[in-house]
Structure formats: C-alpha cells, structure tokens
Ligand binder design. Sequence first.
Ligand SMILES: *Cc1c(COP(=O)(O)O)cnc(C)c1O
Length: 330
Amino acid sequence: MKAAVDGRLRLYPNPTAEPLRQKLARLHRCKPENIIVGNGSDELLALAVRAFVEPQAKPGRNVFLPGGRRRLSRSTVQYFTPSYSLYPVLADIHGALRNEVPLDMNFALPSHKGLRRAALWDERAALTFITTPNAPTGRGCTTDELDAVCRAALGVVVLDEAYADFAGENALQLALRHPHVIVSRTFSKAYSLCFQRVGYFIGHPKLIGALDKIRDSYNVNGLGQVGAEATLSDLPYYRRNFRQIISTRDKVTAQLVELGFIIIPSQTNFILVRPPRFSAELWYKKLRQKKVLVRWFPDPEVRSYLRITMGTPREMEQLIRVTKQILQAG
Ligand SMILES: *Cc1c(COP(=O)(O)O)cnc(C)c1O
C-alpha cells in the first residue's frame, strides 16, 4: 500500500474492483460475475437488505397469521439470536420486519426439524442472515446443517463468514450450488485490513447483479483494493497466522477449563466463556483493573459470559496469570 502512494492517488480507482475480483474468482474457483466487492462486508449486508426486502407499507404494524407466522414475509429480515448486532439495525433503518429466532441451548443452530416445529422460523422470509461461525458465541455449524437450513428457506440466505478462516470448514460451496444463497467474506478480521474496508459476497450472478445495480460507482477505495490484492499474493503468510491463532485459542481454552471456566467450543479468533466464582460483569471489571480488556455484553442471553479475543501468545499468558491472581485473591 505504501508503494501505491504515488500519482495514482489523483485518479479514480477501478470502479468494479476488477483485478481483485479476478484474483478472488481464481482463489474460490468461480467466475468474477459471482463476486461483488464492498466497502467492508457491512456495506454489502446493507445493500442486500435494500435489494431483497420490501420496506413495510405501514411501519410498525406486524400482521400475524395463525401459528404466529407473519404475513409480510416480503418485508422480513430473519436471523438467529444472539448473532451479529448489525442485522436488527439494518432492518430498522429499512423499515423491515425483524424475525429473531433464538439459538438452541449452548448457542447451537436448531435442527431443521426443530426449526419446522418452532413457529418462529419463517421459511418465506425475504432475507435470512446466518453468521457462521457465529459471533459473539464463536460456535461453528457444519456445512450439512447449513445446507438443510438453506434448503428450508424460500427467500435469499446470506451466510456471513467473517470468521471462516479460523474454522474447520466453510460453506462456500453452498453459494455456488444454490441460486438463493450468498456467502459473505471480509478482509477485516483474518487479514487485519479493517482500516481499509474491503469485503465481498459470492453468489449466483443474478443476485450479485441485483446488488451491483444499487452499488455506488466507486464504492471500494483504491488503496483498499491494493491492500486486499496484496494479501492474496501472500496467502501462506496469512495461513501460518491462522494456524498460530487457532493453536493459541485451543491452548487458552484448555487452560481456562482447568481453572473452572465453561467454554463454548469456538471456531473463531475469540472464545465465549462462562467464568466461575464471580459474575461475568464483575470478572470484566476485575480484569480491566489489571489492564486486561475483554468484552461483556449486558444482553440477557450472554450476560453470564465473557468474550475473550485471542491476542499474541504473550498477551494470553498474561490473561492466564491475571486470572489465577483474581481466583487466588477470592
Ligand atoms: C466484523 C464483522 C462484519 C463486518 O466486517 P467489515 O467487512 O469490516 O464490514 C460482518 N459480519 C460479522 C459477523 C462480523 O463480525
């Protein structure tokens, strides 16, 4: 990116991120027409709501059918809870209906049968978001589980794979197999490029084309395109990093289990843990006093958990040391 700071800065960037889309197409064994690049994947998630969901004619009025099913599926944005906090925001901005489907015990994806039984799941929702692996829980789901949910959906399904590089498997094939399924990826997390804002969707050319129509002409900045292309030229470096982070995650998980923490099995670069002895909120404060920053969310489903992001091995050793001190001080 430093090398690209030259006379190019006077010029508009490539409007369709063509070279980047070609590289991504080679990486994922698809065509550039299967790919749209955004100013971060957040931009593309917002475009998906605008392209695929009808705003409600009379906002705020939910119409229910027998069995609790809502009539206005064309206006419904559906997602599991807890998951990415942006989905309800996007639905509200658009004047869409939100259909929030609770995850199972320990934050697992409900089975296909379970979804059918739960009147809450709306197979006709215009747009369904599934974060996989999920945030803030860290849990992954198998491609077979996701395939079953995708097959049960009549609207568009976006599989938000922001953390896929830390997982054992990903569901990219579902986006290339099913015409109503999109996979979302980002350079922000595993590629450490969030400052530059580059993410992308992979899916059927018709869905990608619909998003392309409503995209701003120069939505992806030039240095962002340069940075994203550079990461793709150095994948072995990044893959070593992913392995390092996964091994740190598995080591920290084992150490915290030893100290009495309950851990949701993670497929991401963070873990969701239920701490012993004190409330999660108190743990958050005690750790903060000792200059260790973790996340605590006050939402009812996750308020007894902490989310711990993997830092360097040294930082994680410090977390374990401080955790032992807090437990000993009682
Ligand atoms: C971080 C994140 C995003 C957004 O990433 P950007 O590409 O930086 O916009 C989307 N979905 C999930 C689940 C995330 O955690």
